[in-house]
Design a protein around this ligand. Structure first.
Ligand SMILES: [Zn+2]
Length: 353
């Protein structure tokens, strides 16, 4: 093969720069193994333990040209559909002949949530699949899956994007998270990634765990291991709107251009709204929710967000905005029980970071 490749290199100078033939080998994640210039599918196999095992689909796009490794992970919450469909579209769209480096795509971490239409958690063990990193080899299914994703995906990549959105009960406006670590070069790269992704509201996620054994979230698991990473959110309440899916697909392609993994120029968003603080409004008890504001509305501190009645229609609460800011997401359904998230408000930063 080396001989043949040499001939191609002479005939086609571009192939020489592609280094397709010299020193590049298969890239394997789980059971997906792709030769240079190829795309392969397979599974991250989570063996049975204290509860059943699962097989998480994984795709490797091994670029024709060698380079860095980008991981795209979606569906930790299996009913945040727009983000899952966006990664499915990227599986179809990414052409290994155009890619420099390697892309690992995990479109649906939480299969049981997707199949059973259960929001927020993995119904097998009732745990969120984005709170248990770096996981445990002998834990419950969520912990074992997190352990395998940390080893097979996080440890193998150079950059990571985690995709989310509004869950079945969340009406969410699109936004991204940028989590600075204090490492100047890493933070510069992750900031370029989030600006290239292009979502116009960006939460500055600071003061996060720095102990690699206590990172909980996927993006933080990657960032404490030195890999620039961001979280992106679009879609809401079970819908798969083209606008949301396109934001996530086009944002990914632009970020890949910024990382020099695809040809073409990245588009960097100018003057996004930076959010410096989040404020949750939680339900005191059960009731029926009647919202007065929508996702994306800017509210002043003290403004009424909606009313809650008992099951006889008597008003029992009128939650108000604890801060001035933007409604990042608001409860999308009438059901409320104690502790449910009614709204999540973002406080706009006085200065860009
Ligand atoms: Zn999520």
């Amino acid at each position: 093969m080396r001989f043949l490749c040499g001939i191609f290199a002479i005939l086609l100078p571009n192939a020489f720069f592609g280094i397709t033939c010299y020193g590049q080998s298969n890239f394997t994640v789980g059971t997906a193994s792709a030769a240079p210039g190829q795309k392969a599918t397979g599974y991250l196999e989570v063996p049975a333990g204290v509860d059943p095992g699962t097989n998480i689909p994984v795709v490797v796009v091994n670029g024709a040209k060698p380079g860095r490794v980008l991981a795209l992970v979606s569906g930790a919450h299996g009913t945040e559909y727009a983000s899952i469909i966006a990664v499915e579209k990227l599986i179809a769209q990414l052409d290994p002949a155009q890619v420099t480096g390697t892309i690992i795509l995990v479109p649906l971490v939480n299969i049981a949530s997707f199949e059973q239409k259960v929001p927020h958690v993995n119904p097998i063990d009732n745990k969120s699949m984005n709170r248990s990193y770096p996981g445990k080899a002998d834990g419950t299914q969520t912990e074992r899956a997190s352990y395998i994703i940390a080893k097979q995906v996080v440890d193998r990549c150079d950059y990571l994007i985690d995709y989310h959105g509004g869950d079945l009960d969340e009406s969410l406006r699109p936004y991204a998270y940028w989590g600075p670590t204090g490492n100047e070069l890493q933070d510069h790269i992750s900031k370029e990634m989030v600006l290239a992704f292009g979502l116009d509201h960006i939460i500055i996620w600071s003061e996060r765990p720095t102990d690699p054994n206590a990172t909980r979230y996927l993006d933080n698991t990657a960032s404490v291991r030195g890999k620039p990473s961001i979280v992106v959110e679009a879609g809401y309440a079970g819908t798969v709107e083209n606008d949301d899916v396109n934001l996530l697909v086009n944002g990914t392609l632009s970020t890949m251009r910024a990382l020099r993994m695809l040809p073409g120029e990245a588009h960097f968003i100018e003057n996004p709204v930076w959010i410096e603080k989040l404020s949750d409004v939680l339900a005191d008890g059960p009731g029926i929710w009647y919202p007065l504001v929508k996702r994306g509305t800017y509210v002043s501190a003290g403004m009424k967000l909606g009313t809650i009645t008992d099951y006889f229609g008597k008003v029992i609460a009128e939650p108000r905005a604890p801060v001035s800011g933007v409604v990042l997401h608001i409860n999308a359904v009438p059901s409320l029980k104690k502790g449910d998230n009614i709204a999540d408000l973002g406080v706009v930063a006085a200065h860009a970071p």
